[in-house]
Design a protein around this ligand. Sequence first.
Ligand code: ADP
Length: 406
Amino acid sequence: MTIADGASQPLDYKMLATRYQRVLEVARTISSTLDLPELLRRIVHAAAEVTETEAVSIMLYDSSIHQLRFEASTAGSSSLERITVPIEGSIAGTVFTTAQPLFIPDVSKDSRFFRKVDSQSSFVTRSILCVPLIYQEKPIGVLQALNKKQQGNEFGLEDIETLESLAAQAAVAIVNARLFQQSDLISEMVHEIRTPLSALTATSYILLRPNLSDEQRAEFVQLIQSETSRLAIMTTDFLDLAKLESGRMRFTPEFFEMKSLIAECVDVVKPQADGRRVTIHIDLAPNLPPTNADRGKIKQVLLNLLTNAVKYNKEGGDIFITAQCVDEAICIAVRDSGKGIPPEAMPRMFEKFYRVPDSEGMAQGTGLGLPIAKRIVEVHGGKMTVESEVNVGTVFRFTLPLSHET
Ligand code: ADP
């Protein structure tokens, strides 16, 4: 066990036995849910209780960016939400790579302490006990307890033992919840695929009828073509989403000029926009600094927003693309003059497979583009939002941190 000085007093077996009892009770409660955010919330609260600490947080490994990401904290996740910590040179990263617990009695003396977390949460960390989350001999993240509740008290060997044993149960529960999430996605996909498949089957039977006119026949063939193309798009989108959700999608950041990427995307959607007499206006702040992100993935985000802005616009409408720097981030907005989104649909806009009911007749789609785009932006440390007014139009905004500093 690799631990720093300060946890070297002998084990208190009586205390340990009581703690184990509690860990077992807690393990039963935590693993009774398959909802990942709720599970993580339960784990951090249980860990804070059994180790009697001021705060506990959980970080999970995100292989797409090779960093650890804050997923839950007893201090509430909003301020720490989506902060990522580098593997190299950080306390959590050391625990993750060595798969050994680490106790730091005084973080102010440890250069590996990641100060950004304290500065964002107004929490003052004195000491850290960090243990790995290991599933089948592979680390999947870390669990860390900060500051014993009673000042002056130090972490002891009992705390390390207790936290490690809780981490072992937590890791299994997390992997199970993730698998469940995946199977959930698969069942949703199967459900969604059924509709175009039955349309295809029904249409092909009708086509066998001898008494169809040429016009009717052409209409049914067109229906088959559009349903097959919808299935093809759905399959690609679905694979993207599954990869994003399981952290298997690779991201390769590079510095690029947003101006040229926007111009490239406008070129792609221009024929579609011209077909509906939609005019695209671009207004970019001067001297935008280069963006550090995966260019191909950001192109996918922009193309999704732009195609939607064309598809759900009115004939002869307008699209305005703006980009500016706001609070250390580049903020891109795509505004359209379309039919807008009814208020009751707004909370569901980034849900998988969700389409505003009357969109079906208006344009072809899968309802996967927006959840994919939002997730891509979030993996980059940014945010995506939507505002809309019925019969006036909709604006989608997303941010990308400028330096992508983590
Ligand atoms: P798709 O366009 O393939 O259906 P998306 O995930 O991109 O999937 O969008 C989901 C739904 O959100 C669309 O079906 C449409 O109902 C609605 N939507 C998206 N963008 C706009 C927009 N700019 N204006 C109005 N509704 C929109």
